[in-house]
Design a protein around this ligand. Structure first.
Ligand SMILES: [Mg+2]
Length: 188
């Protein structure tokens, strides 16, 4: 089903977490014990989910999370022994999906993972919609510009120029945008 990367400096916690994740249906569990390695592994293997311990020697979990988030849009869960407002602030600033407190309980793990994964896909869907909208607006601008060019060049009304473009699109099996690009290229 999915791959997950876990990182905790305590081997016993990794062992327990790995067992829970495999039971929950994760196919592959990559593991490591420090933040720097977690960043390398995440960037090298594109896991579907990352679970990081906050307190580790060397690079801590929050720093590792923000390094990973800079490059990959994958949900990250943090494991922590206790909350303090500074940790929570740093964690939310880097876009961490959720906190889980130790000792970790299996009944808390699954909902946190499901929420984290669904949140990421919602954000991705929104981003796609925004990209589509941008493209639509850009297409309209180019089509309008080409129409204006045709009106001037061939002394056509707006409706006539638009019909010419529609006909070209149909005859050549092209989109209006492609026709518009062609018209603008001819002129310039
Ligand atoms: Mg630790």
């Amino acid at each position: 089903m999915k791959n997950v990367l876990i990182c905790d400096d305590e081997a016993i916690i990794r062992m327990n977490l790995k067992a829970m994740l495999l039971e929950l249906g994760f196919e592959e569990v990559l593991e490591c014990g420090d933040g720097k390695r977690a960043v390398e592994l995440a960037l090298g293997s594109f896991p579907d989910l990352v679970i990081l311990d906050v307190t580790m020697p060397g690079m801590d979990g929050i720093t590792a999370a923000s390094e990973i988030q800079k490059k990959l849009k994958i949900p990250i869960l943090l494991l922590t022994n206790c909350y303090d407002s500074e940790t929570v602030k740093r964690a939310s600033a880097c876009g961490v999906a959720a906190f889980l407190t130790k000792p970790l309980r299996k009944q808390d793990l699954l909902p946190a993972i499901e929420i984290a994964l669904s949140h990421v896909s919602e954000v991705e869907e929104l981003k796609e919609k925004i990209e589509d909208l941008k493209e639509t607006i850009e297409n309209r601008k180019i089509i309008e510009k080409a129409k204006g060019t045709l009106m001037q060049r061939d002394h056509l009304s707006e409706t006539e120029a638009y019909r010419v473009m529609q006909k070209l699109a149909m005859d050549k099996r092209k989109t209006l945008r492609q026709v518009a690009d062609g018209i603008l290229k001819e002129v310039h």
